[in-house]
Design a protein around this ligand. Structure first.
Ligand SMILES: Cc1cc2nc3c(=O)[nH]c(=O)nc-3n(C[C@H](O)[C@H](O)[C@H](O)COP(=O)(O)OP(=O)(O)OC[C@H]3O[C@@H](n4cnc5c(N)ncnc54)[C@H](O)[C@@H]3O)c2cc1C
Length: 160
């Protein structure tokens, strides 16, 4: 029986795992893909997120950008300064997301990737989470399965 089962190993799931494990909770992350997994994304991350973490993100920041350059067929460039206090971090999501999960693992969180959640059942005082690799139990459940994940529907949320 885990204190918390987290479905999804993106930034939301990894962050939840990190903070819960750091507080001494037993945490299991279930991820259907194999990590590091590819994620289509622009890769721009606000440096403001640093306030919510006590570890250094510099190993996974590819570049810090303070301006943007738009082109049409690599011509007709338009350049703009980004009006933020600090430059925007550019990251590769496979590396960035995996890094956060690894910080959680260092705090004791357990990861099972290649494990798709196929259903959830509330059993009076715990959640039974069914996966392609068997069932697991947790007192709390975090749906961090992203915008395309099935959890919101299973939990009965009307709005996405
Ligand atoms: C084209 C594009 C460009 C973007 N560019 C930016 C950008 O530049 N900057 C920015 O901040 N945001 C950007 N975003 C948004 C950003 O990708 C999301 O806000 C972010 O990924 C949400 O994180 P998350 O952890 O909630 O979910 P996700 O990152 O989607 O992670 C969810 C995880 O859950 C897993 N999962 C799903 N279903 C199951 C299941 N049944 N069982 C087990 N695991 C499951 C998935 O495999 C996935 O790993 C972009 C999005 C797109 C589509």
């Amino acid at each position: 029986m885990y204190d918390c089962i987290i479905v999804g190993a993106g930034p939301s799931g990894g962050t939840a795992a990190y903070h819960l494990a750091k507080q001494g909770r037993s945490v299991l992350i279930l991820e259907k893909e194999s990590l590091p997994r590819y994620k289509p994304c622009g890769g721009g991350v606000s440096p403001a997120i640093a306030q919510w973490f006590d570890f250094d993100f510099s190993p996974v920041i590819s570049v810090k950008a303070d301006s943007l350059r738009f082109t049409w067929n690599l011509g007709d460039p338009v350049e703009a300064k980004i009006a933020t206090i600090e430059p925007v971090w550019m990251v590769r999501r496979d590396i960035f997301d995996h890094f956060i999960v690894q910080q959680g693992q260092k705090q004791g969180a357990e990861l099972r990737d290649n494990t798709e959640v196929t259903g959830i059942e509330f059993q009076s005082d715990y959640w039974q989470v069914n996966t392609t690799n068997g069932s697991v139990k947790g007192r709390y459940l975090i749906a961090a399965d992203g915008v395309k994940g099935p959890m919101a529907k299973w939990l009965g949320f009307k709005r996405p």
